[in-house]
Design a protein around this ligand. Structure first.
Ligand SMILES: N[C@@H](CCC(=O)N[C@@H](CS)C(=O)NCC(=O)O)C(=O)O
Length: 244
């Protein structure tokens, strides 16, 4: 059994989709990010970066502890290897998948995440955010353009459907909220439509959907917990959760 520490956001969906695609047994453990569950001592032990997703694989015990993994890219690689699916192990196919997986982890994810911040949350904070919002929207647009060019030659990012597509899909689903016209990216649209109808993708995207929230009615306390983090504040949060 695999425990998935999760919130229904694009980074969480990558892993719920992968577990569904691999038909693996898993238990969903919801992490309430607004309430600061990511600072609880037991959570920080498996996720020192105070972020979800994280998995704990009870079938892989090392030095009396079940294996835990944080960072969605590392989790996808682990699950792909474990299941022998969506992550070829032989060169050069392995490197082709890794190129696009790292492109997502270092580019599409962080940039789309910033667009999400400026669209969904920054309006709660005073000041003119227009330059920052435009900067990240341009970068998201550029990355969709890169995808579109590559998908003109290939059906999926690395040729066959892989963990690179599973990582990228959730950050493309957000396009509507970001006011992007996906039809302008013909190949991305074809890729997106092919992935969204996969039964495992639908199931993975539905995992914990009752907890989904795009910031509507978010409390001042939750905004502070999530968006006023610096080295000092996360140390204080961790101390507070230890004492609770
Ligand atoms: N690079 C990380 C990013 C994970 C991440 O940013 N998770 C966010 C939600 S989408 C989170 O847990 N935020 C908690 C917080 O900001 O304290 C990954 O790919 O796993």
């Amino acid at each position: 059994m695999i425990d998935l520490y999760y919130a229904p956001t694009p980074n969480g969906w990558k892993i719920s989709i992968m577990l569904e695609e691999c038909e693996m047994d898993y238990k969903l453990i919801l992490v309430n990010l607004g309430k600061g569950d990511q600072f609880k001592p037991d959570f920080l032990k498996i996720s020192p970066n105070n972020r979800m997703p994280v998995i704990v694989d009870h079938n892989n015990v090392i030095n009396d502890e079940p294996m835990s993994i944080f960072e969605s890219g590392a989790i996808l690689m682990y699950l792909g290897e474990k299941a022998g699916k969506f992550f070829p192990q032989k060169s050069p196919d392995r490197e082709k998948v890794l190129e696009w997986l790292f492109w997502q982890i270092g580019g599409l994810g962080p940039m789309a995440g910033q667009v999400s911040h400026f669209v969904n949350y920054a309006p709660n904070f005073p000041g003119d955010h227009s330059y920052s919002e435009k900067r990240y929207k341009n970068e998201y647009d550029r990355l969709l353009g890169v995808m579109d060019r590559i998908l003109d030659e290939k059906e999926y990012l690395a040729g066959d459907y892989s963990i690179a597509d599973i990582a990228s899909f959730p950050w493309v689903t957000a396009y509507k909220r970001y006011e992007v016209n996906l039809d302008a990216f013909t190949n991305v649209r074809r890729w997106f439509d092919a992935i969204k109808v996969r039964p495992a993708v639908r199931k993975g995207m539905d995992a914990g959907k009752e907890a989904r929230n795009f910031g509507e009615g978010i409390s001042k306390e939750s905004l502070k917990t999530m968006f006023k983090q610096d080295a000092k504040s996360i140390a204080e949060m961790a101390k507070q959760k230890k004492e609770e």
